[in-house]
Write a protein that binds this ligand. Structure first.
Ligand SMILES: CC(C)(COP(=O)(O)OP(=O)(O)OC[C@H]1O[C@@H](n2cnc3c(N)ncnc32)[C@H](O)[C@@H]1OP(=O)(O)O)[C@@H](O)C(=O)NCCC(=O)NCCS
Length: 338
C-alpha cells in the first residue's frame, strides 16, 4: 500500500439563485454596504428562495462532482457530509442526500465541525482510501444559513456574514510514483479546542439547555440564532491558520514558497489577508470568493476550488495548501497536489 493515496477526482458546486447584496440587507438591518465591505470584504451572498434544504443543494453539487470524476453514482462507496445547518436534528443529512442520490446501502456519515468540517471530512475519506477500504468517497460541504439567521438588528454582526451554498468533491484512490507531479493528498491536520465552544455557537435548542429543548422565552430572546465573539474568532483564526499550514508543509518537507495555490476558508477577507501577509504569501496565490458568496461555512473550500478551476487559476499538478478555522474552535489544513 506504499504508493496508495487519495486524490480529488471531481468537484461540483451549487449556489442558490437569490442574490442578496449588502444594500438588500440594509433594507431590514441597521447596516451598510460600507461597513460590511470594509470589515469583511463581502459584497453579496446567495440565499435560497424556494425552501430548498441543505441536502437539496448538496444533491446538485454531488451529482456534478461524481460526473466530473467520470464516475457513476454506484461507484461511490461512502458519503461524508459536513454541515452545521442539517436538514433535521436526526438522522444525519448524509442519509437524506443518499436517498436523493439513490445509492442505498453505502456508509453515510455526518461531520459537525462547522467551518472546518470539509477538511475533517477530507481527512476521514483520505484515511479510508489509503487503508484500501474504499476507492471513491463523496465529501460534501453544504449549508442553508439563511433560514437560521437572526434578521433583526440583534443579530446583525452574524447575519451579514453568511451565505447558502454547497460544494462537493470525490476523493479517489490513486497510485503515486512521482509526488512532485502526481495528484494526491500529502496529509491533513486536524485540531480543536473546546475551551472556546461558546465563542461561536447556537445556544438552543439542545439537550444541555435546562429541562427543555428550548423555552418560549428563549425563542423570544433569540437563543436559536448563532452568537459570536467576532474579535476572539478573528484573532484565533489568524494564528491557528498560520500554524496549521506550516504544520502541514513541515510534515511533508515542503516550503511555503513551493505552494502554488492557497485555498483558505472564507470567513473574512481580512483574516485571509492577514494570514497571507504573516506567511509572506504573494496575493496572486490566494483565491478568495467571500466577496461573491459570503461565508458558506463547510462549503467554502470546495466552492473555491470549483471556481478556481473554472477560472483556470487552479490547474493540474499545482501544490495546494488549504486551511480553515471555525466554531468549536476547530482548525485544520490539507496539503495536496491537484
Ligand atoms: C464580525 C466582525 C466583522 C466585526 O468587526 P469588528 O471590527 O470586530 O466590529 P465590532 O464587533 O467591534 O463592532 C464594531 C461596531 O459595529 C457594530 N456592528 C456590528 N455588526 C454590524 C453590522 N452588521 N453593521 C453595522 N454595524 C455593526 C457594533 O455594534 C459595534 O458598534 P459600537 O461601536 O457602537 O458598539 C469581525 O469581528 C469578524 O469578522 N470576526 C470574525 C468573524 C468570523 O470569521 N466568523 C465566522 C467564523 S468561521
Amino acid at each position: 500500500m506504499k504508493n496508495i493515496y487519495s486524490k480529488i477526482s471531481g468537484i461540483g458546486k451549487c449556489i442558490p439563485t437569490k442574490r442578496v447584496t449588502n444594500d438588500d440587507l440594509a433594507k431590514f438591518l441597521s447596516t451598510s454596504d460600507e461597513w460590511i465591505k470594509q470589515r469583511t470584504g463581502i459584497e453579496q451572498r446567495y440565499w435560497v428562495e424556494n425552501n430548498e434544504s441543505t441536502s437539496d443543494l448538496a444533491f446538485v453539487a454531488s451529482q456534478e462532482a461524481i460526473s466530473k470524476a467520470g464516475l457513476a453514482k454506484n461507484d461511490i462507496e461512502m458519503i461524508i457530509f459536513a454541515t452545521l445547518s442539517p436538514d433535521h436534528f436526526f438522522p444525519g443529512t448524509a442519509c437524506f442526500l443518499q436517498e436523493k442520490l439513490g445509492i442505498p446501502g453505502i456508509a453515510a456519515l455526518d461531520v459537525r465541525q462547522q467551518c472546518t468540517g470539509f477538511l475533517y471530512g477530507m481527512s476521514i475519506a483520505d484515511l479510508y482510501i489509503r487503508q484500501g477500504i474504499y476507492k471513491n468517497i463523496l465529501v460534501v460541504g453544504a449549508e442553508v444559513h439563511s433560514k437560521g439567521l437572526d434578521k433583526t438588528d440583534r443579530g446583525r454582526d452574524v447575519t451579514v456574514l453568511f451565505g447558502d451554498g454547497a460544494g462537493a468533491v470525490v476523493l479517489s484512490r490513486t497510485e503515486v510514483n512521482d509526488p512532485k507531479r502526481d495528484s494526491h493528498i500529502y496529509s491533513t491536520h486536524l485540531h480543536a479546542d473546546g475551551t472556546y465552544a461558546k465563542e461561536l455557537w447556537v445556544p438552543a435548542p439542545g439537550m444541555a439547555n435546562g429541562s427543555e429543548l428550548i423555552t418560549q422565552a428563549e425563542v423570544i430572546d433569540g437563543a436559536q440564532y448563532p452568537k459570536m465573539n467576532g474579535r476572539q474568532v478573528f484573532t484565533h483564526a489568524v494564528r491557528s491558520m498560520c500554524d496549521v499550514i506550516m504544520e502541514g508543509l513541515k510534515h511533508s518537507n515542503l516550503t511555503i514558497e513551493e505552494v502554488d495555490f492557497f485555498a483558505f476558508h472564507q470567513a473574512n477577507l481580512r483574516i485571509n489577508e492577514k494570514v497571507a501577509s504573516l506567511l509572506k504569501i504573494p496575493e496572486k496565490k490566494v483565491f478568495n470568493t467571500i466577496q461573491k458568496y459570503g461565508n458558506t461555512t463547510a462549503a467554502t473550500i470546495p466552492i473555491g476550488l470549483y471556481d478556481a478551476l473554472s477560472e483556470h487559476r487552479l490547474t493540474p499538478g499545482m501544490l495546494v495548501a488549504s486551511a480553515a478555522f471555525g466554531s468549536g474552535f476547530t482548525w485544520a489544513s490539507s496539503i495536496f497536489r491537484y
